[in-house]
Write a protein that binds this ligand. Structure first.
Ligand code: DQA
Length: 160
């Protein structure tokens, strides 16, 4: 199973940036722990401060990989282009945030990308990423996929 962790603007500064909100651990260090926790998952990591780079990366992996864990940083609250990119690919995308954005400034309460993602995890510190990987593993497991098909069939029948 192949999962991409995609971090957006300013997340390269994790560990140094506003540690009271984002903690004092750098992402590379945390990534090493994730790789130990999920030996069965091929975990890849990419960070960019540029919207277009993030979109290119979603296009690159979004038709073949099993999942994307996306922390779009501040682009979460502004980017229709990222929403379109997520809608444009098949790979399920989980939106994550380290902080609980709903306890913060009002402009962080709205996400432009949630509606295109399979789910949202926020507020658990760096552990939000682990929870997102767990969610993707469950979502793409064969028994869950069977369950999804049953739900889809029921919906179809209800719409008749
Ligand atoms: C963030 C929350 C965003 O509002 C902010 O712009 C970030 C980080 C988080 O992980 O909590 O850069 O996505």
């Amino acid at each position: 199973m192949k999962i991409l962790i995609l971090n957006g603007p300013n997340l390269n500064l994790l560990g140094k940036r506003e540690p009271g909100i984002y903690g004092s651990r750098g992402f590379e260090d945390y990534l090493a722990e994730l790789k130990i926790l999920f030996p069965e998952v091929e975990l890849s990591y990419y960070q960019s401060n540029h919207e277009g780079d993030l979109i290119d990366k979603i296009h690159d992996v979004g038709f073949e990989w099993d999942g994307i864990v996306l922390n779009a940083g501040a682009y979460t609250h502004t980017s229709i282009a990222l929403q379109d990119a997520i809608r444009g690919v098949n790979t399920p995308v989980v939106e994550v945030h380290i902080s609980n954005v709903h306890q913060r400034e009002e402009f962080r309460h709205h996400s432009m990308i949630s509606c295109a993602c399979v789910g949202v995890i926020c507020g658990f510190g760096l552990d939000s990423y682990r929870l997102a990987i767990e969610a993707l593993k469950t979502l793409t497991s064969p028994s869950q996929q069977k369950g999804n098909k049953i739900v889809a069939k029921k919906k179809e029948e209800n719409n008749k």
